[in-house]
Design a protein around this ligand. Sequence first.
Ligand code: IMP
Ligand code: MG
Length: 182
Amino acid sequence: MTDGWDALAAGIECELLPEADIQQRVHELGQELAAHYGDRKPLLVGVLNGAVIFMADLVRQMPVAVDFEFMAVSSYGLATETSGVVRILKDLSTDITDREVLVVEDIIDSGLTVRYLRRILEERSPADIKVVTLLRKEKAGAHDVEVDYVGFEIPDEFVVGYGLDMGGKFRNLPYVGIAKVP
Ligand code: IMP
Ligand code: MG
């Protein structure tokens, strides 16, 4: 057994967001969201699998009552390219009518996933939909979709760690880094 991250870190080109910076920003977002929602008990909808780590940390920085659930969506396509089609793989089991919904995303890349989620959730008559994403890429498309809270604006690179993967790997890294091209 090794207690280091060396084996995984060998696949990382460079660290982009250190663990402490992420924790600090998640704390700020949690405080901001808690102040916004107060005692209105929002329903947080995490997008599997990438947003799991962010969701787990975020709700623990929101000192108010919340509900949370997860959805899985898939954009058809290859590992590092987002294609144009999105479909639901796992839906909510909660009725969101008249609820204040907060979609929790790991990253906005093309913006396609969040645009799709906003559209299908809107059809279910929630009281409100907001979106929080940990990361948003500096690229066309990413800024065309309405996002209410952004953790970090990042360059248009393929990033991994803190929930984000490349071919299933690196999700458990506690920081965000740019992966080496395999
Ligand atoms: P979209 O292109 O905004 O629809 O992003 C779709 C999904 O692709 C995101 O929710 C992530 O799960 C994944 N994704 C996009 N960019 C990256 C990246 O740089 N690293 C890892 N996953 C990514
Ligand atoms: Mg995602």
